[in-house]
Design a protein around this ligand. Structure first.
Ligand SMILES: *[C@@H]1O[C@H](CO)[C@@H](O)[C@H](O)[C@H]1NC(C)=O
Ligand SMILES: *[C@@H]1O[C@H](CO)[C@@H](O)[C@H](O)[C@H]1NC(C)=O
Ligand SMILES: *[C@@H]1O[C@H](CO)[C@@H](O)[C@H](O)[C@H]1NC(C)=O
Ligand SMILES: *[C@@H]1O[C@H](CO)[C@@H](O)[C@H](O)[C@H]1NC(C)=O
Ligand SMILES: *[C@@H]1O[C@H](CO)[C@@H](O)[C@H](O)[C@H]1NC(C)=O
Ligand SMILES: *[C@@H]1O[C@H](CO)[C@@H](O)[C@H](O)[C@H]1NC(C)=O
Ligand SMILES: *[C@@H]1O[C@H](CO)[C@@H](O)[C@H](O)[C@H]1NC(C)=O
Ligand SMILES: *[C@@H]1O[C@H](CO)[C@@H](O)[C@H](O)[C@H]1NC(C)=O
Ligand SMILES: *[C@@H]1O[C@H](CO)[C@@H](O)[C@H](O)[C@H]1NC(C)=O
Ligand SMILES: *[C@@H]1O[C@H](CO)[C@@H](O)[C@H](O)[C@H]1NC(C)=O
Ligand SMILES: *[C@@H]1O[C@H](CO)[C@@H](O)[C@H](O)[C@H]1NC(C)=O
Ligand SMILES: *[C@@H]1O[C@H](CO)[C@@H](O)[C@H](O)[C@H]1NC(C)=O
Length: 805
């Protein structure tokens, strides 16, 4: 054979082969096409993004979101359908796209389970199902995708355990499975993922401890296991990961102390979130060597002792150390604080509820002008508020509540025109309220209560047009109430001026406060008539203003609800008020620790043991309900049995918020106790004003042996209105807004047989009553909102009561 023949033969063979292979490719590409069409069939595509995926258009490589392989023409290598408002489910046909290297379905509304066929996608390097509504378990089959570099299943509703087989994904750099409902523990096999840089399991329901094997992850940069139910100690070698930039274990049940050299080998650490655990011991001075730290989150633990000066040499943006047992008695103890003044980037320093004492360092006025948030509330700090704070021009939150500060309030605070929160109540401040405070027009929370301030209320406070509440109660203020106060357009939460020496007549302008929830003018020297303008429409008023109806003396109530209804709402990061708390009575004599639980103290600290002893070991004999508030008589303790980890989260922080919630129909919270009992179980309690005369529940459902008279329809209606008002307030008006609080309780107020005069009214009442029984965090749209329910109830009450008025 000549070379020419050979060449011809070779060419011939080549063309035959390429013909054969291209028809094979055609076939498999058809397979991809069929698979894509099958996938489209299960999707709802309101924007028409997938209109190019149709039978008349044959080249899948031109279809929206599709990229084809270069080496394997016609095969789909990448499918990117992110943020396309797609809903529906993912067809198992996805597993036929066997050349896929990237599958991105994130930020849609896809539901259903992840098809097991994903396990066939052996070439897959990138898989993101992030931010959808996928349910079911993480399919074990995913562990077959051994080329995965990035796996993102975060922000879905996936259940079951984390497959231990994920430890086989040896190429994995990034693993996001945060914000799901995963249970079980973190598989130790994840410690085999030697290339892992990001591990994020934030906000699941994981239990058990942090596997020590994770400290083998030498490339770990971002470690986030926060908001689970993890217990045990933090593996000490995790602190030796010099690659770490982000370390998050907050809101678990971790205990133990930090190793002395915790910060010695974290040169690139930026975010450090340890808050809301049970960590104890001192804050190691070695953390001062983690000089890149921007957020130092140590709040809500049991850290104690002095804060080492080394910590003050860090220059973070945020220092979160509130709710611990940190101490400072003298200048040395406060050195860390003074050292922070050298930090030009410091924006937040939060130290409330510690045991910081001694004199407030004047260095506080030397903080960086970048500082926006400064709280030293609820410590034992004495001394004066130094002038110079007025230099901190970006300050928006200044909270010095409940200390032993004395002297006058420096006038230059009025220069802080960005202030939204100014709380200096519960101190011993004296002198006048500077009239220049009228310049603080951004204020949304303002309290000077419980001090020794004298002189008049400045008229200029009428310039605080963004203020929804104002508390100047329990001072020595004199003079008239300036009418400007009543003109404050947003004053809808509360105006508390009680316990002063205010005099003159209550001006009729009080009538402009139509929407205020609580107005307390009691215990002053007012003279003259109560303005006639206060009538029926002002039944939210408190104090000396008469509130009509049989329940004038029973306005406080305990919102006792139904365990079954409220259980299982894990988004609810609030103390479960409505979830069957038990209520104990404590008389002051019973509190062995002298004044610590007195009503004068706004946030007294109480321990489990103190409460245990004061209630005689929580004996049933001391179980009480709620009724009318009697000052100084007693306090009540609500103890929660917490099975839900969700409900225990940030209990103390939420309690802080709840303390600020003031409404005529809600019992004031005095303090909270979050602790462990003698058996090591979680123990959480709210301490509030004691209400004698039994609980509302007892009035609604008297025990057979009780002499409580049966309530009539009007009384029931009054209760319903009061409850609706309170819940409406929690939903819509309280600050911070408690929109997620369950809307229940009206359930209790079924119309009763003995008052059935007007069937129509009863039917109407029954329909209103029904709106209250939902326990969902959102009010279903077909039901009335609580606000509408409250309005409707007011209307019905008006109809019912008018004939008798
Ligand atoms: C996917 O592949 C399977 C098996 O290879 C086949 O039976 C099925 O018909 C394919 N599905 C589609 C939609 O092409
Ligand atoms: C089918 O897709 C092609 C582009 O691939 C497009 O031009 C055509 O309008 C589509 N047909 C329909 C019916 O949507
Ligand atoms: C999640 O997806 C929705 C659209 O479904 C989008 O509006 C939202 O911004 C996404 N969230 C994140 C964090 O990407
Ligand atoms: C995953 O791999 C295992 C064996 O390694 C095999 O038995 C199983 O069928 C595979 N699953 C899928 C969906 O490919
Ligand atoms: C993976 O990790 C587990 C538990 O840490 C270990 O028992 C196993 O030997 C590891 N497997 C490989 C292949 O390294
Ligand atoms: C901590 O890490 C350093 C290197 O980064 C290493 O030399 C040292 O042995 C480690 N310490 C422990 C206790 O493993
Ligand atoms: C912190 O760094 C300093 C040097 O900057 C070193 O002397 C000290 O030993 C380190 N502290 C710890 C606990 O590693
Ligand atoms: C602030 O830093 C300067 C120079 O870096 C230093 O001289 C000064 O002592 C520091 N001040 C404080 C309070 O640490
Ligand atoms: C407050 O405003 C008044 C004008 O109402 C002005 O004269 C005064 O200087 C301001 N005070 C401060 C401290 O800025
Ligand atoms: C504040 O209020 C006073 C008196 O009510 C008024 O004269 C003044 O113009 C207002 N504005 C400022 C900035 O003080
Ligand atoms: C209201 O108070 C009066 C006495 O002040 C008492 O007789 C009456 O029983 C009280 N009513 C209720 C419902 O507590
Ligand atoms: C949290 O963990 C503890 C033990 O560590 C367990 O008793 C409790 O039931 C867990 N709670 C939830 C909601 O998983």
């Amino acid at each position: 054979m000549s070379t020419l023949h050979v060449l011809v033969l070779v060419l011939l063979l080549h063309s035959m082969c390429s013909h054969a292979s291209s028809s094979l490719e055609q076939q498999v590409a058809d397979g991809d096409r069929r698979a894509l069409l099958a996938i489209k069939l299960e999707l709802s595509d309101p924007m028409g993004w997938l209109s190019s995926w149709n039978r008349t258009s044959s080249d899948v490589c031109q279809w929206a979101g599709v990229t084809c392989s270069r080496q394997h023409p016609g095969r789909v290598a990448s499918l990117d359908l992110s943020s396309r408002q797609l809903s529906g489910i993912v067809s198992p046909a996805i597993g036929n796209l066997t050349f896929l290297r990237k599958l991105n379905l994130e930020s849609n509304m896809l539901a259903g389970e992840v098809p097991l066929t994903v396990g066939r996608l052996r070439r897959l390097r990138f898989l993101s199902l992030f931010n959808n509504s996928f349910r079911g378990e993480i399919p074990r089959e995913i562990c077959n995708c051994s080329n995965l570099v990035r796996l993102s299943l975060g922000v879905n509703q996936m259940e079951g355990e984390i497959p231990a087989g994920l430890g086989l994904l040896s190429q994995l750099h990034i693993l996001y499975i945060h914000y799901n409902n995963l249970v079980g523990s973190i598989p130790p096999s994840l410690g085999n993922l030697t290339l892992l840089e990001t591990l994020d399991v934030l906000e699941n329901r994981l239990v058990g401890s942090i596997p020590a094997s994770l400290s083998h992850l030498d490339h770990l940069r971002s470690f986030e296991v926060g908001r689970n139910n993890l217990s045990g100690t933090i593996p000490p070698l995790l602190f030796n990961k010099s690659s770490l930039q982000y370390f998050g274990v907050a809101s678990n049940k971790l205990h133990g102390s930090l190793p002395a050299d915790a910060g010695a080998n974290l040169p690139t650490l930026r975010k450090f979130f340890l808050g809301n655990n049970r960590l104890s011991g001192t804050i190691p001075s070695s953390l001062g060597n983690a000089t890149m730290v921007q957020v130092l989150g140590l709040a809500q633990n049991r850290f104690q002792g002095r804060v080492a000066p080394e910590i003050g040499k860090l220059c973070p943006f945020e220092v979160q150390m509130g709710v611990n047992q940190l101490q400072a008695e003298d200048e040395q103890g406060w050195e860390f604080f003074t050292l922070f003044t050298n930090c030009t980037r410091l924006q937040l320093i939060d130290l409330p509820l510690n045991r910081l004492g001694g004199v407030l360092p004047t260095s506080i006025a030397n903080f960086s002008t970048q500082i926006q948030w400064l709280s030293i509330a609820a410590n034992g700090i004495s001394g004066v508020v130094p002038s110079g704070l007025g230099n901190l021009v970006n300050l928006s939150n200044l909270d010095m509540t409940e200390n032993n500060l004395h002297g006058v309030i420096p006038e230059d605070i009025a220069k802080l025109t960005s202030l939204q929160v100014l709380l200096v109540g519960d101190n011993q401040l004296s002198g006048n309220i500077p009239s220049s405070f009228g310049n603080l027009t951004q204020l949304q929370m303002f309290s000077l209560s419980n001090n020794r301030l004298d002189g008049p209320i400045p008229r200029s406070l009428g310039n605080l047009t963004n203020l929804p509440n104002l508390d100047l109660s329990s001072n020595l203020l004199t003079g008239f109430i300036p009418t400007e106060i009543f003109g404050l357009p947003l004053l809808t939460d509360y105006l508390l001026l009680s316990d002063n020496y205010l005099s003159g007549a209550i001006p009729p302008q009080v009538g402009s406060l139509k929407h205020i929830q609580t107005l307390n003018l009691s215990k002053n020297n007012f003279s003259g008539e109560i303005p006639t303008i206060i009538d029926l429409s002002f039944n939210n008023l408190d104090g000396e203003v008469p509130s009509y109806g049989v329940f004038a003396n029973m306005t406080g109530f305990s919102m006792v609800g139904n365990d079954g209804l409220c259980g299982g709402i894990r988004e609810l990061e609030l103390p479960p008020w409505l979830c069957f708390p038990l209520l104990w009575k404590i008389t002051p004599e019973k509190m062995k620790t002298d004044n610590r639980i007195g009503l004068t103290d706004k946030y007294p600290r109480v321990s489990y043991l103190e409460l245990f002893e004061a209630t005689d070991g929580f004996t049933p004999a001391n179980l009480v309900g709620a009724g009318k508030y009697v000052r100084n008589a007693a306090v009540a303790v609500k103890v929660f049995t917490l099975q839900q980890s969700g409900s225990s989260k940030s209990f103390l922080a939420e309690c802080g918020a709840l303390r600020r919630v003031k409404h005529r129909n809600l019992i004031n919270i005095i303090t909270c106790c979050s602790s462990v009992d003698t058996r090591g179980n979680d123990f959480q309690a709210l301490v509030f004003e004691f209400m004698p005369n039994y609980s509302l529940d007892r009035w609604l459902h008297p025990r057979t042996d009780e002499q409580l008279h049966k309530l009539n329809l009007i009384q029931l209606l009054n209760i319903a209105v009061d409850v609706a008002d309170a819940i409406d307030y929690l939903h819509n008006n309280s600050r911070p807004s408690l929109t997620e609080i369950v809307d229940t309780v009206l359930l209790e107020v079924q119309p009763c047989e003995n008052a059935a005069k007007d069937d129509k009214i009863l039917a109407c009442l029954a329909s209103v009553v029904r709106v209250g029984i939902s326990c969902s965090k959102q009010i279903p749209s077909e039901r009335m909102s609580m606000k509408d329910a409250a309005i409707e109830l007011h209307r019905i009450r008006y109809v019912v009561m008018e004939p008798s008025i």
